[in-house]
Ligand binder design. Structure first.
Ligand code: TMP
Ligand code: ASP
Length: 212
């Protein structure tokens, strides 16, 4: 398949819509840098190669309709749900599972639901969870070296025709929370979601850091 990265941005389940100039090219470049690195670290991915500024060639997979969220610090919906101050440290990474359904607003589901509903096997789910934690440890280190705290992020997985589970989708400021390690400044899509301004600048800053 060819993935095309767009400048379109949405938030709050599509209620808020806008364009972030240059976002498509930046997210393509960032994902094209990160996925090969993850491959080298033992995480199989759908990435084949970057085709152009906004296009990527990927392996065809059957997507498993689960979004895996990995959290290192309390933020976003987790902080809100539990009444925690954003930035509260977590003693271990927290894995959450959401049902990938725009109609339902990607609701939180239990760990057992994907197997109970026949979306994947118990073994597949265990593989997904282990890969998500592996991605977290690689990326925590990678971003910290570039002055960025990886607060949380979202991953999606798919199955190859042969049955192997691999990482798909993207890893970018759209799908991660990045805080400057010194100042705490937000360098991700929260600048758009929360009307903080400096959206394009934050995406460009993240591309520059990832390219180091
Ligand atoms: P949350 O705190 O809003 O649940 O978001 C957790 C992480 O998931 C955060 O890094 C942003 C990312 N995310 C997506 O990639 N897509 C989404 O639709 C949402 C809501 C969050
Ligand atoms: N899934 C959200 C939406 O479609 C996007 C986000 O908050 O990242 O509005």
């Amino acid at each position: 398949y060819i993935v095309e990265y767009k400048d379109d941005a949405t938030a709050f389940n599509g209620v808020k819509k806008a364009q972030i100039l240059g976002k498509g090219a930046i997210n393509n470049a960032i994902t094209s840098r990160i996925f090969p690195m993850l491959e080298c670290e033992g995480v199989p991915t759908h990435f084949v190669g970057q085709l152009s500024e906004i296009e990527q060639l990927v392996k065809a997979v059957h997507m498993i309709p689960v979004e895996i969220i990995v959290r290192n610090l309390a933020a976003g919906s987790f902080a809100k749900r539990l009444g925690l101050k954003e930035g509260t440290p977590l003693k271990i990474p927290v894995l959450e599972h959401c049902y990938k359904s725009d109609v339902l607003g990607d609701p939180l589901i239990s760990r057992d639901a994907p197997v109970a509903l026949g979306w994947c096997s118990e073994d597949d789910l265990e593989t997904i969870r282990l890969l998500a934690l592996r991605v977290n440890s690689v990326l925590l280190h990678f971003f910290l070296e570039r002055g960025v705290r990886l607060v949380d992020f979202k991953l999606e997985f798919g199955k190859l025709a042969g049955g192997q589970v691999i990482l798909a989708d993207e890893i970018s400021p759209d799908t991660c929370r990045f805080w400057d390690a010194v100042t705490g400044e937000k360098l991700d899509k929260d600048r758009f979601r929360r009307d903080l301004g400096g959206v394009e600048e934050a995406y460009a800053d993240m591309l520059e850091r990832v390219s180091r």
